[in-house]
Design a protein around this ligand. Structure first.
Ligand SMILES: Cc1cc2nc3c(=O)[nH]c(=O)nc-3n(C[C@H](O)[C@H](O)[C@H](O)COP(=O)(O)OP(=O)(O)OC[C@H]3O[C@@H](n4cnc5c(N)ncnc54)[C@H](O)[C@@H]3O)c2cc1C
Length: 389
């Protein structure tokens, strides 16, 4: 039977990032996915490599700082996959956030971006507001422009997996982990590949199955208690409308959330929602469609009603977020990654939540835990300087 240092289950961005860093750190690594690379949330995100301006409101400064640093690093390491993009925030007389609040937020965002030139922002003069064809001008008092970055999440994940494979990681798609027997030295793992059962022994198993994190833990023997989580789905609509000249950051007219109107392959991408679900399998709902189209119609009154716009939907996609259970709204709950390793099962490390943007720092934190468990190896590559894509 094959014996490995590390088996990583789930080839989304987090599994990919950990596989890359662990392989560079000299561990023998296998990465499995029951479907294809990035088949889960890592191909269904808003595709932003961003600090997350709105997290400033909930006081998540360390997360914003870390994400802005990650943005800077990814722009250097993956210039063919991550590119700067202009963001625009219109302020109206009835906006919940005043021009003063947004200016203060953008100033802080700029300070946290230092020394990145992308930290600059401006208030666009009124005569240039028409640069967004069709955007509602009635009642608009300010239009701010700042910078963040956009990527193709699936291609980014594939590039990180390719880098991990080049460093020696074994990568298997269509391979579902079905059973884990935890013992004193590691885990005996069973997986199904194209209907054929396989076994592998690993000294540590990293559970990066995203929305299925607790489903995988339920396959562990002896059994362990998984923390309570909530599944919150986010959906996007791709509309057959010309791409906007940047990303519009809009307050929802229905609740306290914000949504983005984004350019995507020459068309308009609209998202995202927050819908509580009972299963990890996301699926667009009618309510989400009308929520997103309603916001678009509110800000683009000449686009017609939601029925007209519905006929412009080219495609849609939905991704699932895992959030720790809590009483506050999903919108305001932390997006920081959480690691779980139980004293009774020290050879299993599970990840909850996190962001596409911060996958490299998540991998760094995971590696520290792996080193504690397995001891250090001889590094084979400087992963902080490996180009992606
Ligand atoms: C709607 C939405 C928008 C988002 N937008 C952004 C954004 O713009 N920017 C940003 O930074 N972050 C964003 N995020 C967060 C980010 O996308 C996710 O945190 C990240 O993609 C999660 O990656 P992951 O690797 O943990 O999980 P996933 O990408 O879901 O990967 C899990 C993988 O595990 C596999 N798997 C499951 N069970 C098994 C098993 N038993 N055996 C083998 N394989 C298995 C699945 O097939 C899947 O491929 C967004 C999240 C959502 C929900």
């Amino acid at each position: 039977m094959k014996v490995l240092d590390l088996l990583i289950v789930g080839a989304g961005i987090n599994g990919a990032g950990i596989a890359q860093r662990a392989a560079a750190a000299g561990y023998s690594v296998m990465l499995l996915d029951k479907s294809t690379i990035a088949a889960g949330t890592s191909s269904q995100s808003s595709k932003l490599i961003h600090g997350g301006l709105r997290y400033l409101e909930s006081g998540q400064l360390p997360l914003v700082y870390e994400a802005l640093k990650a943005r800077r690093e990814l722009l250097q390491l993956a210039p063919s996959l991550v590119h700067p993009v202009k963001f625009y925030i219109p302020i109206y007389r009835d906006s919940r956030r005043s021009a003063f609040t947004i200016r203060a937020g953008l100033s802080l965002y700029g300070m946290l971006s230092q020394p990145d030139p992308l930290g600059r922002f401006q208030s666009i003069p009124a005569q240039a507001w028409t640069q967004f064809p069709g955007l509602k001008l009635a009642g608009m008092t300010h239009l701010f422009q700042y910078w963040d970055a956009q990527t193709d999440d699936k291609r980014l994940t594939e590039a990180v997996v390719a880098s991990a494979a080049a460093l020696g990681a074994e990568v298997w798609q269509h391979s579902e982990c079905t059973a884990i027997q935890h013992d004193a030295k590691g885990c005996l793992v069973q997986y199904q590949q194209h209907g054929v059962a396989h076994e592998v022994y690993c000294h540590m198993l990293v559970n990066t199955t995203g929305a299925w994190v607790n489903e995988l833990l339920a396959r562990v023997q002896p059994a362990l208690t998984a923390p309570a989580i909530e599944w919150v789905q986010g959906s996007h609509l791709l509309l057959d409308l010309p791409a906007p000249p940047g990303i519009l950051y809009l307050e929802s007219c229905f609740d306290e959330r914000v949504v983005f109107v984004m350019p995507w392959h020459g068309k308009t991408l609209l998202g995202t929602t927050e819908t509580h679900c009972d299963t990890p399998e996301p699926q667009l709902t009618k309510e989400e469609t009308y929520y997103l189209l309603g916001i678009y119609c509110h800000y683009f009154p000449l686009a017609g009603g939601t029925d007209t716009l519905e006929s412009k939907i080219i495609s849609s996609f939905s991704g699932m977020r895992v959030l720790p259970c809590g009483s506050s709204s999903a919108f305001s709950r932390t997006r920081e990654v959480q690691f779980l390793s139980q004293p009774s099962h020290p050879h299993i490390l599970s990840l909850y939540g996190g962001k596409l943007t911060t996958f490299r720092s998540t991998a760094k934190q995971a590696l520290l835990r792996i080193e504690q468990q397995l001891g250090r190896r001889q590094w084979v590559a400087d992963v902080d300087n490996l180009q992606l894509g």
